[in-house]
Design a protein around this ligand. Structure first.
Ligand code: FES
Length: 83
């Protein structure tokens, strides 16, 4: 098993540690969040999240880290997250 050495800070201020290549949806779940989905094929944009300022479509990407192993996530679809 790969080392979970990437720190992810979620919009609800939870932090999780993940490893490179993990999928966004299960990682968000561990943080108690759900990334909205639509098409799951990369075309609708419902699952867009913001990773260190870069928009990523969660359904067609996995977690990648650069040197700096901390990822700050925000959601591009809004108040859904606040309840
Ligand atoms: S669910 Fe449609 S782009 Fe990801």
């Amino acid at each position: 098993m790969k080392k979970r050495n990437i720190k992810v800070i979620w919009p609800n201020d939870n932090e999780t540690f993940v490893s490179e290549g993990e999928d966004w949806f299960s990682s968000a779940e561990k943080a108690g969040l759900e990334i909205p989905t639509g098409c799951l094929t990369g075309s609708c944009g419902a699952c867009e999240i913001d990773v260190n300022g870069e928009t990523v479509r969660a359904c067609i990407s996995n977690i990648k880290s650069k040197k700096n192993s901390q990822l700050n996530i925000s959601f591009t679809t809004d108040p859904f997250w606040e309840d």
